[in-house]
Design a protein around this ligand. Structure first.
Ligand code: BGC
Length: 751
């Protein structure tokens, strides 16, 4: 006897799972859930809405000392519905057994984990992957992440992060797809499909989560966990589209956010979670809070205490409480005393159970706990090959004066300089909780496959002391040892490959920066090397756009290599030696100076866009308005020419835009053709440019291809300030080219 109820156990759950209805047909999932809900006590229902972190890992403020004991008791008593941060099949099985065998109903747990860009085999950080504009490759990367994660018992990822952000100071830009809602929505769908696959009940697919709902990418001044206050036009047209796309792709879960949005904590935001997500969009999955965001409602000044925060969050549609200990402490009482209706609880539990059924956990709670899969699949050679392909596709060539790149196969006397060139951990990037330190191929290792004629000088260290993702990073600002050796080597060399940038943990959660320069002594090192040898190829490793304006003015070749994951060095070497012709395009604007941030291509025109005669126009007196590198920008070792733009508007429901692209250079290459629109006059002013289509394709030298883009109401319309989607007739500019700032332009009159 437990909790004054007879023990029923998993056996019954299984019987319910297989049960027949009155007509002898297999009962549908909804009927099974109804039956189960009827058996559940209020306390057990609340238990499904409670999530704890594993005992040995945390990704937020650590729990109190006695938490492990409390968690153990709660697991045993059916007061927990899901766990996060549990590692390995054996541990997952042990906890699942505890719940299934000991709790009264034995309802299996879901095991969540931050599988963000791979589990063991790491793909590039998500921002880098978005730079590939290759949706198939991105989907495959998420698929592999799901295969590896599910092999260690995980059946739910807290990804993809679909937050749009225009602020490179915010450390979490590394985790998203950049600044654009159209690209962001496409990438969101690719990632959801990759994680969830075609059959969620298969043992190698996992539930995905669209996060952080909503507007977390717009934190004031790019400072982590800060306030968000944005207008409705930005909310509906920029922030929400990737979330809507993820919901339409049947993502299983949404995660709300730490921030307040226009005065309302996202976790307690009824408008977002009930009206829009579960109402207008008809989302039938569940919403989870972010780590402790339930209790932070009190800190925001929106609730007096944890009890009130509990009521507000549950009523607003936040179904699962991650590590606030709020629902488990107060929700039952809140229902009994009438502040929360039991129907709210039933709805939340129904949503959670639905996902458990979809995953097949109700039939077999241990289906993700096969240690032989764990052994076979982690770091599988096929995964390594795919990670390499994804990494090469994510690289963006920013500058290539006098075709310094690709390096010749017999290039003599190459100097490689920079601490990051030998680093086997930093290129793995941030948000890689399942991975192993030191598993990246370094640039030095990669280069050794192509050249024997290079020497390495580290230069100054990038960091000081201990480096771990939960601690603040100390960047070396003072110790210049290593300068002399690097300068000497540069003097003796024909070409210098400098590998500079951010440490892997300088971006990610709680890693906001006020500067966007090369951290520590690296700028000084770059300038000192340039003095003695200007033939520099700068390879950048970073988790966010950097303002490398000096480098752009002086250094002849610049390669944006982000943090490319396990295969980093191999991918970089392939690009440097021309084994792969770079094809990436920036998913986020690179500023000239941090003072320009937020800077983004789809801005409004302003009332005073430009003046040549006076000072009273929208500009800075000490910096241009222009970005250093615009959204959509990226070079290739070959050239592409755009010609013959045609806009066919005889069918107003599907306007066809044609353009011919030719490879006019000497090398095979891939191009990303981008289509932008501008709605010249509308009832709510529209931006000067909006991406509404793109195609990535390969062309041999001399080869041409005619592309067809189709524009329908979906692309030509916009949301007004009440969130209503409008398509208004009138004049549109149509632009097609290889970046947001170059290409051909035409006109469309929408009738
Ligand atoms: C992050 C989430 C993450 C969660 C669990 C939070 O701090 O904001 O994105 O999924 O921790 O690790």
């Amino acid at each position: 006897m437990k909790n004054n109820h007879l023990k029923i156990g998993f056996g019954l759950v299984l019987i319910l799972s297989m049960s027949m209805n009155l007509f002898g047909q297999a009962a549908g999932v909804e009927e099974k859930i109804d039956s189960l809900l009827r058996l559940m006590t209020l306390e057990e229902k609340v238990g499904q809405m409670n999530q704890y972190s594993g005992f040995w890992e945390f990704t937020g403020p650590p729990p109190k000392q006695d938490a492990a004991k409390v968690k153990y008791e709660h697991l045993k008593n059916g007061m927990v519905g899901s766990m996060l941060n549990v590692r390995g099949c054996e541990n997952v099985r042990a906890i699942q057994e505890l719940v299934v065998n000991e709790s009264r109903l034995g309802i299996p747990l879901i095991f969540g984990f931050d599988v963000i860009h791979g589990h063991k085999t790491l793909s590039p950080i998500p921002l880098a992957e978005a730079a590939s504009w290759d949706l198939e490759a991105i989907e495959k990367s998420a698929r592999i992440a799901a295969i590896e994660a599910s092999a260690v018992g995980i059946n739910w990822t807290f990804g993809p992060m679909v937050d749009i952000s225009r602020d490179a100071r915010w450390g979490r830009v590394m985790e998203g797809a950049g600044e654009d809602p159209y690209l962001g929505a496409k990438v969101a769908v690719a990632r959801v499909k990759g994680f969830q696959g075609d059959d969620l009940s298969a043992p190698n697919t996992i539930a995905a989560t669209a996060k952080h709902f909503a507007a977390y990418g717009f934190v004031d001044a790019g400072r982590e966990y800060n306030t968000v206050d944005i207008g409705t036009s930005t909310l509906f047209n920029i922030v929400l589209p990737p979330f809507k796309a993820a919901a339409e792709a049947n993502v299983c879960a949404f995660m709300n956010a730490f921030n307040i949005l226009n005065g309302i904590p996202a976790t307690a935001d009824k408008f977002l979670q009930r009206d829009i997500l579960k109402g207008q969009w008809g989302f039938d999955g569940f919403v989870i809070s972010d780590w402790g965001s339930g209790k932070e409602i009190v800190n925001h000044g929106f609730a007096h205490d944890l009890r009130e925060a509990t009521e507000l969050a549950a009523n607003a549609g936040s179904d699962v409480d991650m590590e606030s200990y709020a629902y488990i402490a107060h929700l039952k009482n809140a229902v009994e005393e009438g502040q929360v209706e039991e129907a709210v609880i039933d709805d939340a539990v129904r949503r959670i159970l639905r996902v458990k059924y979809k995953l097949g956990l109700m039939d077999d709670p241990y289906k993700y706990c096969d240690p032989s899969r764990e052994k076979e699949l982690l770091y599988h050679p096929d995964h390594m090959a795919a990670a390499l392909e994804m990494a090469t596709k994510s690289i963006v060539l920013l500058k290539n004066e006098n075709q310094l790149l690709p390096l010749k196969k017999d290039q003599k006397k190459i100097a490689v300089i920079g601490a990051l060139a030998a680093d086997k951990t930093s290129p793995l990037g941030s948000w890689r909780l399942g991975s192993d330190d030191g598993t990246a191929i370094s640039v030095l290792e990669g280069l050794s496959n192509y050249s024997t004629d290079f020497k390495y000088a580290k230069g100054p260290d990038l960091t000081e002391g201990l480096v771990h993702f939960v601690f603040e990073l100390k960047i070396n600002e003072t110790d210049t040892s290593g300068f002399a050796e690097a300068i000497q080597l540069a003097k003796e060399s024909e070409v210098v490959v400098m590998v500079l940038g951010e440490h892997g943990f300088q971006s990610g959660e709680a890693r906001s920066r006020t500067k966007l320069d090369l951290p520590g002594l690296q700028q000084q090192l770059l300038e000192a090397v340039f003095e003695v040898n200007p033939h520099i190829v700068l390879v950048l490793m970073n988790g966010r756009p950097l303002a490398i304006t000096w480098a752009d003015e002086h250094v002849p070749a610049i390669v944006e290599a982000w943090q490319l994951g396990t295969q980093s060095g191999n991918a970089i070497a392939q690009v440097l030696f021309g084994a792969y012709n770079p094809s990436g395009k920036l998913p986020m604007t690179f500023p000239r100076s941090v003072g320009q941030v937020p800077i983004y291509y789809n801005h409004y025109n302003t009332g005073r866009p430009a003046s040549e005669t006076d000072v009273f126009w929208s500009h800075y007196i000490d910096e241009s308005n222009k970005p250093l590198y615009p959204f959509g920008y990226g070079l290739s070792y070959t050239q592409f020419e755009y010609a013959d733009l045609q806009i066919e508007d005889t069918n107003p429901n599907a306007i066809e835009v044609r353009v011919t692209v030719k490879n006019t250079g000497k090398m095979k290459g891939e191009e990303v053709a981008q289509l932008y629109i501008r709605d010249r006059v509308a009832s709510v002013a529209r931006p000067v440019k909006e991406l509404k289509g793109f195609q990535k394709f390969a062309l041999n030298p001399g080869e041409a291809k005619t592309l067809v883009f189709t524009l329908t109401n979906t692309e030509l319309g916009f949301y007004d300030n009440a969130g209503k989607f409008l398509v208004e007739p009138g004049e549109f500019d149509i632009m097609v080219g290889g970046s947001s700032q170059t290409g051909l332009a035409g006109k469309l009159m929408l009738k």
